[in-house]
Each structure stands twice: as structure tokens, then as C-alpha cells.
Design a protein around this ligand. Structure first.
Ligand SMILES: [Cu+2]
Length: 449
């Protein structure tokens, strides 16, 4: 006997497929304004004269002061309200009011001091993931240091002996603290510069969230079936577009502190994998790819020359990771006529709409129709493109390659205008148009419908 609760939790899946309010709100906000990308900070420039400054889409870089012979940074661990996309907010934890916390950016050889103030109601620490440092600075609570109790401030201080893409996160109650969003980038530029410097340098953190529909706190106990999959703690269509100027050399630094591995895929360009947790690789070790798995706890650097103008999908290739909230315990509705049960289910679950008989694409139509859905969640797929619904959510954004941008212009240039004759076109309405013989023995020409 299926209890009402389990039925409802199963059905919440399909129900969340349809709702409308947040979807419309999400679509009405043009993502990727310069404010959205940099949180109000000034447009990026150069670090130490020659490194392109890191851009953390939807995020920002942590400022520092020169104090007692070190670059001094200050992280405050705290709780705040975070918006994944318009219509979906949660109480999250992070640093200085954001998840991921602000990106720490420094140069090889720097002496750094990072103050960490704990405004949480439980102890925390910060581990500097991938950094070579004195043991007592490694941030594993109980092993390398006492935990930082609520209200306390600790100082971490060390000299940067390496370059590359690294991260920071707690090593105290880490299952909970990371599930709530506590993580950030720690990026170190090589002191002598890169042999092949990049013009734009983006940092993107991969994460997952069990924010069940109608709830306002991520569930830290979930291990597999997450509701939201995020780039820098945002889901499409709130993920900022990645704007680059034609023929620039671009680096994406991808970090993964989620609970899954993510095959990150870029359209329209092949890239070299040029670095990982350890550092930038020797050029002989670079690999040409279009998809690269970024494993849990790993970092990968992708580099390429943006020589192909257009709006190119940039996404995780796990199909469920480019979706927003969905239930995982729903019976497969494909091919099933549900019209007889819809009324019954709606009496238990207001707003329920049977769907999925011919696939989930009709979900986008339901969103466009304005059908209501559960509170504080997102439709499975959404996003309005120039040709219709972009049937994606989650770990998805758009790489926008354009000629004629200014060097520091990261603002959304709008949709790509395709040269005439370069868009796939309809050549027939007739289902039998020139259909070849099928190998399954059926004859498709004509009349079986
Ligand atoms: Cu993924």
C-alpha cells in the first residue's frame, strides 16, 4: 500500500515540473548583467600588471589589505538568504554573504594572512584545498588546530609556494557546512606569468543542493538525489553568460566540491586541459577535449582560443544535471495516458498536472501557460531563447563569443545574430517526406498513423 506521503513525495516530482511563477520571473530578468556577474564590483583588470584578473561569474573577488608584511584577507563564515534563480531562495551558509565565498586571488611567493571570523552558531575551520603549507595551517579541526568557535576569529598565515587553481572549504562538520554552500576558490598566479597568458580567466565552482520543493534549507543528509545543480551556486537561467571577445585566449578554472563527478562540455570549440589540482601542466601533457570530467574534490583548467563566434552551450553532460528540481521516485510516464487519474491526484495535490506521455518537453509549455506549482522551487527546465524555450536548467550557461567587445567588457551582448543561411532550417511539414526505410522492419513511408 502506498501511503499518501510517499505518493505525494513521488508526485512532487511531476508537480514541480510544471510551475510557473518563478519561471516567468526568471525569464523576465535578463541574466548576466555586469552587476549580476561581479556583484557590483568594478570590471576586472590586471593583477600585478600582467595576469588577467579572475572573473567569478555571479560572484566576486575578495579584497585584501597590506598588513604587517602580508596580503591580509578576511573571511566571515555566516548564514544568509541565497537566491538560486528568481523564485527559489534558501538559507545558505558561506562567506561574507555569498556562496561560493569570494574568490581569493594572489601571486606565487606572496605572504598571505587570512582572518576567519565565525558568525555561525557552531564551530568551523577553513582548509586550503591543494595548497602546500605548514601542517598547522591546513585547517582540519581537531587534527591541525582547535575548531573556531562561534564568535572567534583565527588567523591563517603562510607563503604561497605554488601557482594554480585551488579551493577553500571547512573541515569541521563539513558534510553539513558544505551542503549549505561553504566553499570558494583560492587562485594563485605564477610569479613569472604564464608562457601563454590568457585574456579572460573565469572561475566556476560546481555544487549540488537538496532543496526540496516548499522548503527553505538544503537537506544535508541527501547523498544522491539532489534538487539543484549549480555553477557558482546559481542555476540556469540565473547563471551569468560567459562573455568573451572573438579570438581571445580564454581559461575556465572549474572546481568541484559537490557530491558527484561532472563531465563539463563546451560547444563550438575544443579546449586543452592545461592544469589540475597540482598546478598548470607542462604543454606536452595538455590534452585536446570537448568534455572533461571534473571529479569530486578536483580542479581542472580548460584553455582555448575563442575563434568561433556565436552563443555556445556550456554545461555538465550528466543529463539530470542540466535540469532543476525533479522527483526521482516517480513511475515513468512516457507512453502512459494519465487522463483518468489526473483529477484524483489533483484532489490530493492541488496544482498537479499529468504530463510526460510524450516526453517532458511539454513541461516548458505548462510553464509558458502559467500553471501554478509548489512553493519555492524551480521548474525542471526553463529559459527563454531566441528560438523558443531553452529546455535546460541547473548546470547550464551560454558561452557568448563576439567580435568588437572592449577588453574589459563582460556585459551580456544579447543573443547572437546568425549570418544569413547559417541556421538549421525547416524543409518539410510532411511526416513522410523522403523518410528512408527503417531497419526495424517497419515501413515508414506514409500511412501507419
Ligand atoms: Cu554534472
Amino acid at each position: 500500500m502506498v501511503g499518501r506521503r510517499s505518493l505525494l513525495s513521488g508526485l512532487s516530482a511531476l508537480t514541480t515540473l510544471q510551475f510557473a511563477r518563478s519561471a516567468r520571473a526568471a525569464q523576465s530578468k535578463e541574466p548576466g548583467s555586469i552587476e549580476a556577474m561581479h556583484d557590483g564590483a568594478a570590471a576586472p583588470s590586471r593583477v600585478d600588471g600582467h595576469h588577467a584578473a579572475i572573473v567569478t561569474p555571479n560572484g566576486r573577488t575578495l579584497p585584501w589589505d597590506w598588513v604587517d608584511g602580508a596580503k591580509q584577507f578576511h573571511l566571515v563564515a555566516e548564514e544568509f538568504e541565497h537566491e538560486f534563480a528568481p523564485g527559489c531562495v534558501a538559507k545558505c551558509w558561506g562567506y561574507n554573504g555569498t556562496t561560493p565565498g569570494p574568490t581569493i586571488e594572489a601571486v606565487e611567493g606572496d605572504r598571505v594572512r587570512i582572518l576567519v571570523t565565525n558568525h555561525l552558531k557552531e564551530p568551523t575551520t577553513v582548509h586550503w584545498h591543494g595548497l602546500i603549507l605548514p601542517n598547522g595551517m591546513d585547517g582540519v579541526g581537531g587534527l591541525n588546530q582547535p575548531n573556531i568557535k562561534p564568535g572567534e576569529t583565527y588567523a591563517y598565515e603562510f607563503t604561497l609556494k605554488q601557482a594554480g587553481t585551488h579551493m577553500y572549504h571547512p573541515h569541521a562538520d563539513e558534510m553539513v557546512q558544505m551542503a549549505f554552500g561553504m566553499m570558494g576558490f583560492f587562485i594563485i598566479h605564477p610569479k613569472d606569468g604564464d608562457a601563454e597568458p590568457v585574456d579572460r580567466d573565469f572561475a566556476i565552482m560546481l555544487h549540488n543542493w537538496a532543496l526540496h520543493p516548499g522548503t527553505y534549507r538544503p537537506d544535508p543528509a541527501v547523498m544522491l538525489n539532489f534538487d539543484l545543480w549549480s555553477f557558482n551556486s546559481k542555476v540556469y537561467p540565473a547563471t551569468a553568460p560567459l562573455v568573451v571577445r572573438l579570438n581571445e585566449r580564454v581559461r575556465f578554472r572549474i572546481g568541484n566540491l559537490s557530491m558527484w563527478n561532472h563531465p563539463i562540455h563546451i560547444h563550438g570549440h575544443k579546449f586543452w586541459v592545461t592544469g589540475s589540482d597540482g598546478d598548470r601542466w607542462q604543454k606536452s601533457a595538455w590534452r585536446s577535449e570537448v568534455t572533461e570530467i571534473v571529479g569530486v574534490g578536483q580542479m581542472r583548467d580548460f584553455e582555448f582560443v575563442a575563434d568561433n563566434p556565436g552563443d555556445w552551450a556550456f554545461h555538465c553532460h550528466m543529463a539530470h544535471h542540466t535540469m532543476n528540481t525533479m522527483g526521482h521516485s516517480v513511475p515513468n510516464p512516457t507512453g502512459v495516458d494519465q487522463s483518468g487519474v489526473e483529477t484524483t491526484i489533483r484532489s490530493m495535490l492541488p496544482g498537479y498536472v499529468a504530463m510526460g506521455k510524450n516526453g517532458m518537453s511539454e513541461h516548458s509549455e505548462h510553464i509558458a501557460m502559467g500553471l501554478p506549482g509548489p512553493e519555492n522551487t524551480l521548474p525542471m527546465m526553463t529559459g527563454a531563447g531566441p528560438f523558443g524555450s531553452v529546455e535546460m536548467g541547473g548546470m547550464f550557461t551560454v558561452l557568448k563569443v563576439r567580435a568588437g567587445l572592449d577588453a574589459d567588457d563582460y556585459a551580456d551582448p544579447g543573443w547572437y545574430r546568425h549570418p544569413q543561411g547559417t541556421v538549421a532550417r525547416r524543409v518539410a511539414f510532411d511526416p513522410a517526406y523522403a523518410v528512408p526505410e527503417s531497419t526495424n522492419g517497419q515501413h515508414h513511408r506514409g500511412d501507419e498513423r
